[in-house]
Design a protein around this ligand. Structure first.
Ligand code: SAM
Length: 280
């Protein structure tokens, strides 16, 4: 019998500890342990990795990660009510689960984990994008993490993997795809969660590349991409007006027509423009 079998079913855990879902904390729980094990398996080799999990809640995904052989899991959960349920899991897997009761936006535990580090989370929707952008824009590259396996609203997942010319293409796609491979590995209907959210969800798996796909300065790229998509319907010569007096010349030198719109420009040309913008 594996350790997961000695723990009570998640519905019982929720009743025992009075874990009525709180909307303000983005609580939509996964109660099917077959599904949480499946999500855990999308993360790659767990046995050789430390896992950072954000928002374990009652611990369904945490149990999946441990049962699938994670070397160690460090979980950060804001809701104090979940601590007894998570303690029970820690006891079933001695020395392999550490839980911090706190806000993931204020704690950065990546530096305290032993590489390789993989991040796996059914993220609270209200903080998911913020955390993703932070993980994609660290001070140094390659980052501490090897991979991110994250649940998002389907619409956000599509923005991460989007290609030029699509409505979903923008800042998130460019940030993610510049230095990593990103793909949707699982789609989930609202009924997979308790309580069901209003929208569908998807798991995105992101693997960090050793080096950026095209060279350029990260801060310059982030700045011009943000500016270009801030007014995505405008032609780039207007959207980037003020970025440089000779912006039209720089656009042309990067292979971009000044009348093009941001959503049609691929990553390679944004990187070329970032290199040109870095020049005096
Ligand atoms: N991982 C669990 C599962 O799959 O059933 C719960 C997922 S639920 C969508 C999001 C979890 O994140 C909740 O348990 C919530 O309390 C927690 N949470 C919300 N905001 C947080 C924050 N800023 N830092 C850490 N945890 C947070």
């Amino acid at each position: 019998m594996s350790a997961i079998d000695t723990l009570p079913p998640l519905r019982e855990v929720i009743t025992t500890h009075g874990l009525v879902a709180k909307k303000a904390l983005g609580q939509n729980f996964l109660l099917d342990l077959n599904l949480t094990a499946k999500i855990a398996r999308q993360a790659g080799d767990l046995a050789d990795s430390d896992i950072l999990e954000i928002g374990p809640g009652p611990g369904g995904l945490t149990r999946g990660l441990l049962a699938e052989g994670a070397r160690r899991v460090l979980a950060i959960e804001k809701d104090q009510r979940c601590m007894p349920a998570l303690d029970q899991i820690a006891q079933a897997y001695p020395g392999r689960l550490q839980v911090i009761n706190g806000d993931a936006l204020e704690i950065n535990p990546l530096d305290h984990l032993t590489p390789p580090v993989r991040v796996v989370a059914n993220l609270p929707y209200n903080v998911g994008t913020e955390l993703l952008v932070r993980w994609l824009t660290p001070a140094v590259w390659p980052p501490v993490w090897t991979s991110l396996t994250l649940m998002f609203q389907r619409e956000v997942a599509e923005r991460i993997v989007a290609q030029p010319g699509s409505k979903a293409y923008g800042r998130l796609a460019l940030l993610a795809q510049w230095r990593s491979n990103a793909r949707i590995v699982l789609n989930l209907p609202p009924e997979a969660f308790s309580p069901p959210p209003k929208v569908s969800s998807a798991v995105v798996h992101i693997e960090a590349l050793a080096a950026p796909r095209y060279p350029c300065d990260a801060k310059v790229l982030e700045r011009i991409v943000a500016q270009a998509f801030n007014q995505r319907r405008k032609m780039l010569r207007a959207a980037l007006k003020g970025a440089a007096p000779d912006i039209e010349d720089r656009l042309l030198a990067a292979g971009i027509k000044p009348t093009d719109r941001a959503e049609t420009i691929d990553l390679e040309r944004f990187c070329a423009l970032a290199r040109l913008m870095a020049q005096p």
